[in-house]
Ligand binder design. Sequence first.
Ligand SMILES: NC(=O)c1ccc[n+]([C@@H]2O[C@H](COP(=O)([O-])OP(=O)(O)OC[C@H]3O[C@@H](n4cnc5c(N)ncnc54)[C@H](O)[C@@H]3O)[C@@H](O)[C@H]2O)c1
Ligand SMILES: [Zn+2]
Ligand SMILES: [Zn+2]
Length: 378
Amino acid sequence: MMRAGFVRCHEEVAVRAAVLPRIPSGLEIAEVEVDDPGPHEVRVRVVASGLCHSDLHYMEGKYAWETPTVLGHEAAGVVEAVGSDVTGFRPGDHVIGCLSIFCGRCEYCLSGRPALCTRQGLERGAGEPPRLSMDGAPVHQFLRLSAFAETMLVHENALVAIREEMPLDRAALIGCAVTTGLGAVFATAKVPPGATVAVIGCGGVGLNCVQGAAIAGAGRVVAVDTLPWKLELARAFGATDTVDATADDPVGQVRELTGGGVEFSFEAIGLAATAEQAFAMLRRGGTATIIGMIPEGQTIALPGSDFLDEKRIQGSNMGSNRFRVDMPRYVDLYLNGRLKLDELVSARIGLEEINEGFAAMRRGEVARSVIVFGEAEA
Ligand SMILES: NC(=O)c1ccc[n+]([C@@H]2O[C@H](COP(=O)([O-])OP(=O)(O)OC[C@H]3O[C@@H](n4cnc5c(N)ncnc54)[C@H](O)[C@@H]3O)[C@@H](O)[C@H]2O)c1
Ligand SMILES: [Zn+2]
Ligand SMILES: [Zn+2]
């Protein structure tokens, strides 16, 4: 069928989605209309979608987004339909979505840092119909994905195709937690073999820092959390030592265990206090990498004289990824038995259970919950 640009064909599909009506708020299951793909867009049947703490930060009002919106940004699925100019995907392809959509034209894309892309020309224009709508009114797309829905309509540069033998519920986790945690270790901090590492916060992201450090060959990997079961899980992911942050000052404990501090620390919670701890537990010349989303408007304080010891602190956005290269490699690592993903999935839930899933995250009961739509695997 010939289509010119955005001439409407009224081929939208109605799908079930978890809508955030306002901020702060819980999610409401509702029917959302997903438009037909534009020239560079792809419609994906979502098979699995993970619950990330970042979604919860928006629900709780720690970060702002336009509402109503459909949250979710950690998903894998199967291509249903492609736009007229899409050449890299076809219906039936298994794909992972990534919020680090790249434009290929900005200074960050062109200098090899596409995770920092300023995203030129990837959205629909003001005169065009919205990708998502409800009762005729636009629904804002979250992080250019909106993955808590049976179907996603995204720009082709938000997707990567993967091997079909990869189970899609575990592939979904590669969409955020795995790429963020491994990438922070491999690409942002570039941890070398033998290094001494500490990871503060052993949830979905932090456990992937722990296993990333183990894969990178770190000599010591100290896991820090407030929950004993998370520390036990961290050992299964490669931690050589664990620190219960409720028992005593975690900085003192890490410094003592490592003979004066670590070369690399990672904060994977999103609190100012633990970001300051990450810096304080460094040895001379060490680097702290902050992954957690510290609430908008908050600042952190650091002792200025520590910079004479050449200590560094840096942020990491989605593990400084180049996801079209990285994600298929992570799939290979999993299928070769070198990456733990089965142990990361604490619960497979239905879309209707999503608020309970986030409540379980808040209570610290899960490493990751994954929504599985329809059949467990495509
Ligand atoms: N920078 C990025 O690109 C990026 C990407 C994904 C997620 N994030 C952020 O990373 C953070 C972690 O996300 P997640 O999904 O892994 O969250 P999570 O809720 O699964 O894990 C957080 C962990 O921190 C532990 N914790 C809480 N308070 C603690 C404390 N005071 N000391 C030690 N441990 C403590 C919890 O027990 C839990 O195990 C969030 O802030 C999220 O928004 C950032
Ligand atoms: Zn995330
Ligand atoms: Zn760009």
